[in-house]
Write a protein that binds this ligand. Structure first.
Ligand code: GAL
Length: 382
């Protein structure tokens, strides 16, 4: 880990951003009441104190057209108080304000987007007190979207224009690129943004989550403090994912050093869902200051997998034993797979208990479509 002074980009997101976004549970059906109630729930549930700070309005906040000055504006019926007031409210609760736009002429839901207006939109966002901008990829290609303009020949320069626009406001604003992994965004995203989506959208399906997980392999080296691969927002607590599936999904996102943007309805979440999102030991893995992305250390063709992440401090590892099959099975990992030797203390991060000392290998039963998550300490690096 480099201990030098953080660059300005790193300082914006030295660890993966954490928060909530409206999209996964509400789609375009969002309004001021929902956002205020969600902010209350974030604070009252303890999630804000656990690190979930960004409250992100995704697609659907906009009025159908720009105003007479060419400015974006919120839908008046659903956001009667305006977004400056909403941002002030979020800030007064110790939260941060995130907003959404797209690189083309229209967002995926057909609202006005930022093509050619990057500087103007960036300064408007800054006036509203925005702290985080998600810049989507619609505009849009006919085979993805209903809109027939896709700035495919210059989307990198449009993203760069938004990045410059945000920077020139002088306000620290995180930029999240959402071009679904196109153009090997991980290779250049870090020059202009703090995080970038690596795949097309997530939905609350075990199969989909496993597919996204597989797509993260090979991207490890592009991740680090201030620059994060984003496997998409969380579906923890979103039906029909089961509790075990949610727990495994969350364990894996933590091993990947992924941004943790909750996508469930916080106003009505169960205590079990809250316990997943708020588990301090799993969050500590996600937020580990070394910022190294974990990786698969076992056979990719097997449904029983071991994922390992190096944490700061010699011999420190987080391990997820993943069972992708339907029935409970034992999952094994050996020290050579983890790059360790000698005895290690093993802690179970979901049961919150020490399992004792292990040497050389470890095998634990994991539930079907589920995972065990561990932290190993004290072994030697090899
Ligand atoms: C998709 C994006 C989703 C969501 C949606 C809004 O392109 O990947 O995360 O933002 O657009 O329309």
């Amino acid at each position: 880990m480099s201990e030098g002074p953080a660059s300005p980009a790193q300082a914006l997101a030295p660890t993966p951003p954490m928060g909530w976004s409206s999209w996964n549970s509400f789609g375009r059906r969002i309004d001021e009441r929902l956002i205020r109630d969600t902010a209350d729930a974030l604070v009252e549930s303890g999630l804000a104190a656990a690190g979930y700070r960004y409250v992100n309005l995704d697609d659907g906040w906009q009025a159908p057209s720009r105003d007479a000055f060419g400015d974006l504006r919120p839908d008046e019926g659903r956001f009667p108080g305006g977004l400056k007031a909403l941002g002030d409210h979020l800030h007064s609760k110790g939260l941060k304000f995130g907003i959404y736009t797209s690189v083309g002429r229209k967002t995926c839901e057909g609202f006005p987007a930022s093509y050619g207006f990057e500087e103007q939109d960036a300064s408007l966002f800054a006036e509203w007190g925005v702290d985080y901008v998600k810049d989507d990829f619609c505009g849009g290609p006919p085979f993805w979207c209903r809109y027939n303009f896709w700035p495919w020949w210059d989307y990198r320069s449009r993203y760069t224009a938004m990045s410059r626009g945000l920077r020139s406001t002088g306000r620290p604003i995180v930029l999240s690129l959402c071009n679904w992994g196109f153009g090997r965004v991980w290779e250049w995203g870090g020059e202009i943004a703090q995080l970038w989506r690596t795949t097309f959208d997530i939905w609350p399906s075990w199969r989909r989550i496993m597919g996204i997980l597989d797509a993260q392999r090979g991207l490890e080296r592009f991740c680090g403090p201030g620059r994060w691969n984003d496997p998409d927002m969380l579906e923890v607590g979103v039906a029909p994912l089961t509790l075990e599936e949610s727990r495994a999904h969350f364990s894996l996102w933590a091993i990947l050093a992924a941004p943790l943007i909750a996508g469930n309805d916080l106003r009505s979440m169960s205590p079990e869902t809250l316990a997943i999102l708020a588990n301090p030991e799993v969050l500590a893995v996600d937020q580990d200051p070394a910022g190294l992305q974990g990786t698969l250390v076992s056979d990719p063709r097997s449904p029983l997998q071991a994922w390992s992440r190096r944490l700061h401090g010699p011999g420190e590892r987080a391990v997820v034993l993943l069972n992708r099959s339907k029935a409970a099975r034992s999952v094994e990992v050996s020290w050579p797979q983890l790059g360790l030797r000698g005895p290690a203390r093993v802690r179970d991060l979901w049961r919150r208990e020490d399992l004792g000392a292990f040497d050389g290998r470890l095998s634990l039963e994991a539930p079907g479509h589920g995972a065990r998550m561990l932290r190993l300490s004290g072994a030697q690096e090899c």
